[in-house]
Structures are given as C-alpha cells and as structure tokens.
Write a protein that binds this ligand. Sequence first.
Ligand SMILES: [Zn+2]
Length: 229
Amino acid sequence: MKKLLISAISVMVLTGCSAADDSTVSESSVKSLNTALKTKPLKKIFTHEHEKEVKDGVTYIDGILIVNKTIALPADYAPGENKVARQAVEWLIADGDKEGMQFVIRSGYRTYDYQQNLYREYVARDGEQAADKYSAKPGHSEHQTGLTYDIGSVASANDFRISFGDTPEGAWLKNHAHEYGFIIRYPEGKEHITGYQYEPWHVRYVGKRLASEFYKNNKTLEEYLGLYK
Ligand SMILES: [Zn+2]
C-alpha cells in the first residue's frame, strides 16, 4: 500500500509539471491515482479548455465560427459567400462529375432577412415545432456564414430529403466531402446534439484538416468544440 501511494504521488507531481501537455498522462493512471488517494476526479486534466471569443456579435470557439440552435449571428452579419468555400465546392462538384455524380448547389449564402422570410413560411405551413426541426430561426442559420451549401442532384427527386443520403450523390458526398474541407454538419444519429434532423445534403466548410478529423472520429461541431457534454 505504501508503495502504491508513493507511485501515486509521483504521478501527481508529474501531472503537475506537465499540465500543458495532457496527452502524456494516461486516463487509467490518473484513475488509479484517484482510487489510491480517494480524491475527487482530476477533471481538469482531461477537459480541453476551449477558447471562446465573440467578435462583433459573432461567436468563435477555438477560432472556428459557430452558429447553432443556441448561438446566433447578428442580423447585420452579412459576409457574403466565402470565396474559399466556393472554390472548394466547385472542386467537389467537378471531381464528383468525373465519377458520374450530378451535383447541383441548391442553396448557399443566405442573408438574415432571407432566412426570416423562409422561417416564417415554414412556420405558417407546418407550425413552429415542426419547422424548428428542419429550419433555423433567423440569425441561427449556418447559411448566413457564407460557408455552407445545400447540395442536391440534377435528378432532384431526393433533394432536401433524408433519402438523399442513399442516392449515389448523397453517398459520395458523405464519403468525400471532407477531402474538400466540408463536413456533413447534421449527421445521422446526432440529432440530440445538433438539434437538427439528419441532413445529408447540408455541408459546412471548416477546412481540410479539421474536416478529415471530423470524418474519422464521427464528431459534430458541437462535440468537437466542447458545447455538448
Ligand atoms: Zn442547409
């Protein structure tokens, strides 16, 4: 027992020294340390501290612009279509084309006012509760960032439907969007995290490196940025 305690303390000292590099401490070693010392879990070691910044009403976490059901954009935030995202989506469409896909951009940049009208129409048609599952309230649409596209196919029958995911275009998008820097922003099975139903057509530009990480780890932006626990 004495030996265990000594090794536990040495781990503790070690973690104290290497606080800046959490990856060197394995979770199991700290768990056993906690058991040995009967202390509260050393939560901080594993909680990656995220850096939140609000610039002119726009929220960035770890430098990534975030908009969702709870974080809004100001009504006057009107950056237009992002040029880098545009170039990326054009490459995606061109490469898809070479493999027999027939992609079409169904929706891109939308202003606050446009979203407001759209949302009002949906609420009038389906009621607020139903509309909230598939549409964003004004200020909460990712389309206002200029980084987002709704992709469809020339055939169009499955556009804006969950069944788009089962079309050749939908399947290709799911497997290749990250190669162009896009993520499927509202993935299947993550509805309770994103607040949106599965939208296999809605892609958000985050850059290639990050998009590949999301793709590999099957993570949503909310999980990645520590907004969902
Ligand atoms: Zn969309």
